[in-house]
Design a binder for this molecule. Structure first.
Ligand SMILES: NC(=O)c1ccc[n+]([C@@H]2O[C@H](COP(=O)([O-])OP(=O)(O)OC[C@H]3O[C@@H](n4cnc5c(N)ncnc54)[C@H](OP(=O)(O)O)[C@@H]3O)[C@@H](O)[C@H]2O)c1
Length: 375
């Protein structure tokens, strides 16, 4: 078999279409994975809306992958065909998740433990990596709290805050802080998530429906009752950053998911850094290697639990609608997960796809059926 279905972003800021494209072979050090589950992330709709990261179009997106090892590249050890694995996709077509087969460097692939399924596993890679890089990885790229995942590291007695506690990333940040032994873990989230966030390690949930972001720092300091040295901002807007900076003590730090985050008042002795949450990023690679060896055990032991899953129907064709839900802020506390192998060929058309090999067929999404380009 040499062909597969993939969700193509036709051009910069263009439409998503399901097409048939060749399957790439794994390069040296890579494994090819049959993608069973692929989670949706804000970055996917943001790339479509704003055009960044992707150097070539048509582009295949998707950064959260779970599936079966299909083929092993040269020099790879420790994996066999059929192993159940999970990993992060990257912003090049061969390594993306919104297709039926992908190829990923084996050193940043983990084996799925038997206590979770493919869909649950697909909720973990990007969210967990972004939380782990922000909190654990050595400075200056991370918070430096535990770069080797040493189980003896302990911050007992200290408080920490996660703004956006119910986001996918925030849920993993809470769990990591819990693993690090923080005594007080404050999550800022909607009250309806309180029980769940407490079940994964939050000690206090400040209701964002009751306490506006401008009063969060004051409320958090009251709860913490000790200097807060670390804040994780999983929301990433200016107001949430200002709240994090106000909540921490001088000498403390804010890990922020906004790639542009910086401390405007840089003389105040508080460190703000932007997280690039990718295991593929060369400077993160050593840390990511340790992460992907450690993570499956943490999941198997129940120390890291996946996000709750909302299934996206219609295989790759359902992803566009899911991304629109994410964009409209209609996803709360769960991760949307699609199943690329469930993609059906409902319409077959022919379109040119420069930059990719010639497709053999093309499936347009429901609302795009009239726009069929020709040669
Ligand atoms: N820098 C990186 O490498 C990187 C990596 C991954 C993600 N990100 C970014 O990180 C952010 C979170 O991503 P995600 O996938 O974790 O998001 P997500 O799970 O899709 O976020 C949805 C949640 O956001 C919460 N939320 C929205 N606005 C909020 C606010 N003002 N305060 C508190 N909570 C708020 C909602 O909470 P309620 O329902 O409780 O109201 C909802 O549960 C996104 O902006 C994403 O682009 C960056």
């Amino acid at each position: 078999m040499s062909q597969q279905k993939a969700l193509l972003l036709e051009k910069a800021k263009g439409a998503f279409v399901v097409s048939t494209v060749p399957i790439s072979k794994p390069g040296p050090g890579q494994i090819s994975i049959k993608v069973i589950a692929a989670a949706l992330n804000p970055v996917d709709w943001k790339i479509q809306a704003w055009d960044f990261f992707m150097k070539k179009y048509p582009a295949i997106l998707g950064t959260d992958i779970a599936g079966d090892v299909e083929e092993i590249g040269e020099g790879v050890e420790g994996f066999s065909k059929g192993d159940k694995v999970f990993c992060q996709g990257f912003f090049v077509n061969e390594m993306a998740g919104f297709q039926q087969y992908t190829s990923i460097p084996a050193d940043i692939v983990g084996k799925i433990p038997s206590n979770i399924d493919y869909a649950q596993a697909a909720t973990i890679p990007l969210g967990f990596s972004t939380a782990a890089i922000g909190l654990l990885r050595a400075q200056p790229e991370g918070g430096g709290l535990n770069p080797t995942f040493d189980p003896k590291v302990n911050f007992s007695g200290e408080p920490a805050i996660v703004v956006g506690g119910s986001t996918s990333v925030g849920q993993y940040a809470i769990q990591l802080l819990h693993l690090l032994g923080y005594s007080t873990i404050i999550a800022y989230a909607s009250a309806r998530h309180t029980d769940y966030l407490k079940s994964i390690g939050a000690t206090h949930v400040i209701d964002r429906g009751e306490i506006p972001i401008g009063r969060l720092a004051e409320a958090a300091k009251k709860v913490a009752n000790a200097p807060i040295k670390i804040a994780y901002n999983a929301v990433g807007d200016n107001d949430s950053l200002a709240a994090c900076i106000a909540a921490i003590v001088e000498g403390g730090q804010v890990a922020d998911v906004n790639p542009q985050a910086k401390n405007e008042d840089s003389g105040n002795g508080k460190r703000v850094f932007a997280i690039f949450g990718s295991s593929h990023h060369p400077p993160h690679r050593d840390f990511a290697g340790i992460q992907w060896k450690t993570l499956p055990n943490l999941v198997a032991e129940g120390k890291i639990v996946p996000n709750r899953v909302e299934k996206v129907p219609n295989g790759l064709a359902g992803i566009d609608e899911g991304l629109q839900k994410l964009k409209a802020n209609k996803v709360s506390g769960v991760k949307l997960v699609a199943f690329p192998q469930e993609t059906a060929l409902s319409l077959v058309h022919w379109v040119p796809t420069p930059g990719l090999h010639r497709p053999v067929s093309f499936v347009s999404l429901g609302h795009q059926r009239t726009a069929i380009p020709t040669l």
